[in-house]
Ligand binder design. Structure first.
Ligand code: AKG
Length: 322
């Protein structure tokens, strides 16, 4: 039976502040933020005018659209992904619940892990969300013209113990054009303790961020990491920006630009639930395309294909910091 964590229903809009000033459920690289250190992500109505969307995107560095996708469609994607993980022993019980078994047979029989993750990532129930008309339409409004989605997607199944460090996406995706945005698709409810996406609001205009990102290419500049060494809370303090997140719900989407600093909270769920999300980039369709991310068998950032992604590793293995 699935264990339900008592903090599962925390909503940042109704911030829960414990006696010691700690926001219930949230951890950022082990640090428990006080309520002043973590704020709610602003949400944007899908039906708004394109100009308003662009204005918000430019000012904050992101837009968050709640419930862009139907719950049933998201559940179909969850079922497809978690059934594959169940087939290698990583998920226990009903696949849609996404509960980690604590073990993995993904490496057995010397399985090609990149090929396995490619198969997981290319399933139709997932693609119909990540490559949907809805995302083409919204990214088209932001970039003021037709867009195309990259074929290479970053599906993330993060079990307890994982987080994503602070970074910008520019070093990965702007080799050919800077007319690129990231779309982050929430594939299930992700309360604070499951490690939702956070962004550092306004950081995309900060001189320190822009100068650190200038000319950086993750695959070419191998002496540098994309991830910042400092913690999200200390970076936000230094930049005088806010760390914003929210109790994400299935079907929510966040879209942000290439300079914006972001990452994911720690998954500290005591019910062993896996946080599932997928990020995919959209770019102006008329702009040149980076062949690493397009085509029937894209090579990905470093050339190793789906095998280069953290998520291609078995759930009982450590992630590498890039
Ligand atoms: O979901 C995450 O863990 C991080 C997402 C991210 O880094 C991205 O969308 O670029």
């Amino acid at each position: 039976m699935t264990r339900v964590h008592p903090l599962a229903d925390i909503d940042l809009e109704r911030v829960v502040i414990l006696d010691d000033g700690v926001v219930g459920g949230a951890r950022l690289q082990g640090e428990a933020p006080s309520s002043g250190e973590l704020s709610s992500m602003a949400v944007t109505d899908r039906g708004g005018a394109a100009q308003e969307l662009r204005e918000q995107f430019d000012r904050r560095g992101y837009i968050c659209i709640p419930g862009l996708f139907e719950a049933d469609d998201v559940d179909a994607a969850r079922e497809a992904v978690f059934s594959k993980l169940k087939s290698v022993g990583e998920v226990t019980g009903d696949p849609v619940a996404g509960v980690y078994s604590g073990t993995s047979s993904r490496r057995d029989g010397k399985r090609d892990l990149g090929q396995f993750w490619r198969e997981v990532s290319e399933q139709w129930p997932l693609r119909r969300l990540t490559h949907s008309a809805a995302l083409h339409e919204i990214t088209g409004q932001i970039l003021a013209g037709p867009t195309v989605a990259q074929d290479f997607v970053f599906l993330r199944a993060s079990n307890p113990g994982r987080h994503t460090k602070v970074h910008s996406d520019t070093g990965f995706f702007t080799r050919q054009t800077d007319q690129v945005v990231t779309t982050w698709v929430c594939l299930g409810d992700i309360p604070l303790e499951l490690g939702p996406l956070f962004v550092i609001e306004g950081s995309h205009k900060h001189a320190t961020v822009l100068s650190r990102n200038k000319g950086f290419d993750v695959a070419r500049d191998t002496d540098r990491q994309a991830s910042w060494g400092e913690t999200p809370l200390s970076i936000a303090k230094t930049l005088s920006c806010k760390v914003v997140t929210r109790h994400m719900r299935r079907g929510d989407v966040v879209i942000f630009g290439m300079q914006l600093l972001h990452g994911a909270l720690d998954n500290v769920d005591t019910g062993a639930r896996i946080r599932l999300s997928c990020d995919v980039r959209y770019q102006a369709s008329a702009a040149p395309r980076d062949p690493r991310y397009f085509g029937s068998n894209p090579t990905g950032t470093t050339g190793a294909g789906y095998g280069e992604l953290q998520a291609s590793k078995a759930l009982d293995e450590e992630w590498i910091v890039r």
